[in-house]
Design a protein around this ligand. Sequence first.
Ligand SMILES: *Cc1c(COP(=O)(O)O)cnc(C)c1O
Length: 391
Amino acid sequence: MESIKWTKAYVAPTYSRTEITIEKGEGYVVFDDTGKRYLDFTAGIGVNSLGYQHPEWVAATQNQLSQLQHISNLYYTHPSAQLAQKLCTRTGMANVLFVNSGAEANEVAIKVARKYGHQKHPDKHKILTLNNSFHGRTVTTLSATGQDVFHKYFDPFTKGFDYVQTNDIADLLDKVDDTVCAIMIEMVQGEGGVIPLETEFIEAVSTASIQHDCLLIIDEVQTGIGRTGKLYAYEHYNLKPDIVTSAKGLGNGLPIGAALLGEKVKDVLEPGDHGSTFGGNPVVSAGANVVLDTLTDEFLDQVTKKGDQLKAQLLAVEGVQSVSGLGLMIGVTFDSYTAKEVVEQAKDAGILFLTAKEKLRLLPPLIIDEQAIEEAVSCINHIMNTKVGVS
Ligand SMILES: *Cc1c(COP(=O)(O)O)cnc(C)c1O
């Protein structure tokens, strides 16, 4: 109880929180301070990819803690070197810059794009993003975010962004020209309501980026690290991104962000152009190495399979109106229920879900199993039935 009281008294009120204090996690369940068990379909908003107390991840981070917790980027360390090598080998990207969050990874992408553009032509600095996108909470990533609700209170915002209607090829072609240095997209808009981009639109973005020599930036902060059944969601399509940003699931709960840079831009940033005190932290990196090692092809196939199962079972529930998403990133709407109502009732029944815009959003740890899927679907089924009974 104290934690709720003190948080309300002493923590700045920027979040609307649920009145639960989480004390412990195990696999895909968490426990509150009264010992109540919750099935976790939030994974800390897509972060705890391997769930809680994953043995190898715990061992790797604890072992690294007992060796070296931090040293500046004026020196080398094993864990971040290994992590960079793994990320590049698995994606074919050329090099990586480590930071601490998704917004910071996008800041790196934006800085690289601006410098790349300026090297081509002094006027080449416009960045196109999509309507309904979400790219972070720093002033510049808020500017990149294509939603008016985020463009208030903090002006003047960073200039040089324009917004393309999502999945609207005509609007894209209208707005792209040689002053554009980058187009930045999410393969599935997460915060925007679990909305996947259409294949034709993705192809048009890729073609436009080549025609106008602008960088293709893919924000994989939420979609990356196995969430959609591939290491990165762009791998579902025939795409060659210039920059991929990664964060949430990469650290399995410890803060990390990474901007993966392709051949074309690997040397754009030079010494002094960017930096981060904590970037590439050895403890975080040691854990992230375990995350990548765990995400084998077989593991990723299982994510796809579990995602398909979950989607099919949800669609079969009477009262479910639509199911969207890829892999274990799923959005659901209901005939006669708001997502908020479902979250509230499911919480009482012992399952944690998220919302995204009007949708119920499911982002379980990637290690969930059939039993967890059945428990979640049967809970939603039960909620739907209760409503039918009432009306
Ligand atoms: C969460 C998110 C971000 C911001 O990440 P932070 O770590 O909160 O800064 C950026 N882009 C996308 C697509 C996200 O889902």
